[in-house]
Design a protein around this ligand. Structure first.
Ligand code: NAD
Length: 260
């Protein structure tokens, strides 16, 4: 029960990595807000967690919308009385060569990842700073916060940008007892990745098997996917760590794909 008495808000928590983190946090004793574009799915996750004895709330939130982030965060604080942990996790992927990248797709990626990280951080800090109450903000980066891949220019740029925000927050937040971190997963089999396999196969002229073996896992030490549980355990460790000895860090959880 490492998070007993804490309140966590996890964005994009109706699916994949966010859902696993929300579940792990609830098991560790936190009251958890499941914030997602898909309210019905968020409420279903909250109901699952409540049925297992946890405290959970489904919240509608488009992280790229200032109004939606402000409203959603207010609902969480009204319900649970505080906000101690933010996991800025919601994300999408759109793959295309740079030369053909549609501007609206580029902007969509930046809006969800970069604007979303900023807007959720700002809303959370307004509850963490007063009285130097403090808190932890965890950004879901990617190995693509440190490395680049073909076809993913918008995502690589956004994930690098989020690392800058994470580091700036570590400096600004310190006097208010706010710490920040970024988790950088390798490939994790979630709906986000399942969608990319046939898309990359078509664009690169490879079979789906080759995309998995060569493109996705070729640079790992053991050819293995990272799991949602690997990421959730890391998110629990970072949220529960007691001091600013750890702040402003990015941790690769990627079977050795990136060691930066
Ligand atoms: P996923 O598709 O399983 O889940 C993403 C969730 O985000 C969905 O529930 C979706 O409804 C929600 N979402 C999308 N747009 C939103 C918005 N505007 N506002 C609020 N919610 C929104 O994806 P995932 O693989 O679990 O990805 C989660 C995060 O992990 C993303 O930031 C992604 O970039 C990052 N990541 C994933 C992998 C991977 O291999 N799966 C690797 C590195 C990083």
């Amino acid at each position: 029960m490492q998070l007993q008495g804490k309140v966590a808000l996890v964005t994009g928590a109706a699916s994949g990595i966010g859902k696993a983190i929300a579940t792990t946090y609830a098991r560790a004793g936190a009251a958890v807000a499941i914030a997602d574009l898909d309210l019905a799915a968020a409420q279903a996750v909250a109901a699952e967690l409540a049925a297992a004895g946890g405290q959970a709330l489904g919240v509608a939130m488009d992280v790229g919308s200032e109004e939606a982030v402000e409203n959603g965060t207010r609902q969480v604080v009204e319900r649970f009385g505080a906000l101690d942990i933010l996991v800025s996790n919601a994300g999408i992927q759109i793959v295309s060569p740079i030369v053909d990248f549609r501007f609206e797709d580029w902007r969509k990626i930046q809006a969800i990842h970069l604007d979303g990280a900023f807007l959720t951080t700002r809303a959370a800090l307004r509850h963490m700073y007063p009285g130097k109450r403090g808190g932890v903000v965890i950004y879901m980066g990617s190995v693509h916060s440190h490395e680049a891949s073909r076809l993913k220019s918008a995502y690589v740029a956004a994930k690098h940008g989020m690392l800058g925000l994470c580091r700036a927050l570590a400096k600004e937040g310190a006097e208010y007892n706010v710490r920040s971190h970024m988790i950088c997963p390798g490939f994790v089999r979630t709906p986000l990745v399942d969608k990319q396999i046939p898309e990359q196969a078509a664009t690169l002229g490879l079979s789906e098997e080759e995309v998995i073996k060569k493109v996705m896992l070729g640079a790992t030490v053991d050819g293995e996917f990272t799991t949602v549980d690997d990421i959730a355990r890391t998110a629990l460790f970072l949220a529960a760590f007691p001091s600013a000895a750890l702040t402003g860090q990015s941790i690769n959880v990627s079977h050795g794909w990136s060691m930066k």
